[in-house]
Every structure is written in structure tokens, then in C-alpha cells.
Design a protein around this ligand. Structure first.
Ligand code: SD4
Length: 328
């Protein structure tokens, strides 16, 4: 679905004659006579981290029907949040080392508005709470009990998000782990999603239960605007997955967007942000970080420290899987 937007303002000689006949002063007539011929092509797109096909397709449906990028990314992010099979997001997500599922999410729209929740417990759709933080409060981030209180005030209910399977795995983990948070213990599934709608507007969302068996109270990159996700409607948008601490320390998604502002392609911008980590972090081989990005044209790409990072993309009906390029 390729859109062509044309702004074609040209003043014909008839226009000039018309102006002078109407008595418009010459200087003014000349001012409005500038010929402007702006053309921009863009392809409506939805992209998200990992093999999140169902989520991407749900978001795409909204874009296809002419809905906003913001509605699309919220609807998309809600899919893994409610999916018990997704072990890194929402319901069914792995708990922290105390056995508690704690959630991080953020959302950002084309006007640069942003909302976020972190260390939120018992609420199935943190992305929708983040959107309400953005739309109903003068703040950007609500955390912990305060975030939960705000959710309850807005009609959400507290639910048990720890499934029997996650509980049993955690019990096993406790037997051998010596209570040490272990990095990269899980398969990552965190969803970062970016959308470009038919009007050419960008929005983004990111939602996760964070690293498995993390310390209680730990907050990752995913709810932090500029780290886990960032949107600048003039330039593009980016999202991160993987070892949140590395993304936080380099403000990765913001960095990717700034690299695109300097003229880099989405893939090159993601690579430059990965290389920033690689060049500063001696033990980078221990970790995975992956970025996805999209620009205003709907060009997209991804890059990761380790191989194995993939993302899904919709520019037509069904989502397609792409392997991200990687450093190692
Ligand atoms: C975090 N970045 O909490 C998240 C984890 C993640 O796929 O992306 N998992 O650090």
C-alpha cells in the first residue's frame, strides 16, 4: 500500500494577472508566487521485535482500515500481554526472584506525547495503563503501587498473572540459582512495536515482564522513553529488546532515531547504536541487544549484538519474518 502525498502549489501566469487585476500589491503577489513542489512517498508499516506475528497482524488490521498508528501499536502490544504462551510479556511472564510478575511498558505518539508504567503488578494490560498515563495525567511515568492505583481508578482489575508453569519453573530455579539474577536465562520475547499509518504518522509501544528472576524492584529499559522505545515524527522511530541495562546506559532507541536524523538508514542506525555498546562494554559477548527502526518513508531495519534476533514486518496483509543482521 504505497501512498503518494503531493503538495503542489504553483502559480500560473493567470494567477499573476488575476492578482494584479484584483489590485494585490506586486510584492505580496510575488511572495505567494513561489513554486513549491513537495513530494513524499511512504509505505504504511508495522514492525515489531521477535516473531510477534499475531501482534503485528492485529496492529496491521488497524492501519489497513485507516486507523491511527497509536491505536495500532496499543492493540498490537495487547496481544502478547494477554498470551499465556509468551513468557516475557504480561500474563504468563516469568516472575522476579521473589516469584512476583512485575511489568514495564511505554507508549509514544506522533506529537511526542509519552506515557509509561514500571514495576506494575497484577494488571494484564500495562500498555493501556501507559496510554492513560499519557492521555490523562500531566506525568510520563507512574511506578509500582502508584501505577496500580491509577490503573484501578481507571477501571482495570487486579489479576494473578503468575501461571502454574511459571511458578513451577521459578521453584526449580530457586533450588540451583543461589538467588542470583542470571542474565540471558530466558528466550527473549519482549515486544517493541512501531507503526506508520496511512496519514504518515508514527507511534511506538513496548511492553515486557522484564528479565526473568531479576531482583525485586528492578526496572529495565522497556518503560523508559528513549531507551526501550522512541518516536520522533519528523524522523522515525526505534525500539529495543534484550539486556535492558545496556540499552539504558546508551539510551539506545533515542540514539537510533538521532542516527537516522543524521541521514543513516534504519539498519545502519541500529548498527551504530549496537556498536556504541560493543565499543564501550568489554563483556558485550555475554549479552544480547537488538534494535528495530523505521523512518518516515516506511523503510525499516534491525541489528543485534548476537545472531538470532529477528523481527516481523507488515507492509501488506500478512506479517513476514526478517532476520536482523548481527555483530557476532
Ligand atoms: C528488559 N529489555 O527488561 C527487557 C527484556 C527483553 O526480551 O527485552 N526481553 O531488560
Amino acid at each position: 500500500m504505497k501512498q503518494t502525498r503531493r503538495t503542489f502549489l504553483s502559480k500560473s501566469s493567470l494567477g499573476i494577472i488575476g492578482s494584479s487585476l484584483l489590485g494585490v500589491p506586486t510584492a505580496c503577489a510575488l511572495d505567494t508566487m513561489t513554486t513549491e513542489n513537495k513530494e513524499s512517498d511512504f509505505t504504511p508499516t508495522v514492525i515489531s521485535t521477535w516473531a510477534n506475528h499475531k501482534a503485528n497482524n492485529a496492529a496491521w488490521k488497524i492501519i489497513e482500515q485507516g486507523g491511527t498508528a497509536l491505536d495500532a501499536v496499543e492493540a498490537g502490544a495487547k496481544v502478547p500481554e494477554a498470551d499465556v504462551q509468551d513468557r516475557s510479556v504480561g500474563y504468563g511472564g516469568r516472575p522476579d526472584r521473589e516469584g512476583l510478575v512485575t511489568l514495564d511498558a511505554c507508549i509514544m505518539d506522533e506529537e511526542g506525547n509519552a506515557g509509561s508504567v514500571c514495576f506494575l503488578q497484577g494488571i494484564k494490560h500495562p500498555i493501556s495503563v501507559a496510554r492513560l498515563v499519557m492521555e490523562k495525567t500531566p506525568h510520563v511515568i507512574l511506578a509500582g503501587k502508584g501505577a496500580q492505583q491509577f490503573a484501578l481508578e481507571n477501571g482495570f482489575e487486579v489479576e494473578n498473572l503468575l501461571t502454574e508453569k511459571s511458578l513451577q519453573e521459578w521453584e526449580e530455579w530457586k533450588k540451583t540459582s543461589k538467588y542470583k539474577p542470571v542474565i540471558n536465562i530466558e528466550r527473549h520475547d519482549t515486544i517493541g512495536m512501531l507503526a506508520l499509518d496511512q496519514k504518515g504518522n508514527l507511534s511506538g509501544a513496548c511492553t515486557t515482564s522484564g528479565l526473568a528472576y531479576k531482583m525485586h524492584g528492578r526496572v529495565g529499559d522497556s518503560p523508559i522513553i528513549g531507551a526501550g522505545m522512541f518516536v520522533d515524527n519528523e524522523v522515525g522511530a526505534a525500539a529495543a529488546t534484550g539486556m535492558g541495562e545496556l540499552v539504558l546506559k546508551s539510551l539506545g532507541s533515542f540514539l537510533v532515531v538521532e542516527f537516522m536524523r543524521q541521514g543513516m538508514s534504519p539498519t545502519d542506525a541500529c548498527k551504530a547504536a549496537v556498536m556504541r555498546i560493543v565499543n564501550k562494554q568489554k563483556d558485550y559477548k555475554e549479552f544480547q541487544v537488538g534494535y528495530i527502526a523505521i523512518n518516515k518513508k516506511g523503510e525499516y531495519g534491525g541489528y543485534a549484538i548476537q545472531s538470532g534476533f529477528q523481527y516481523v514486518i507488515n507492509q501488506d496483509k500478512d506479517s513476514v519474518e526478517q532476520k536482523a543482521v548481527s555483530f557476532l
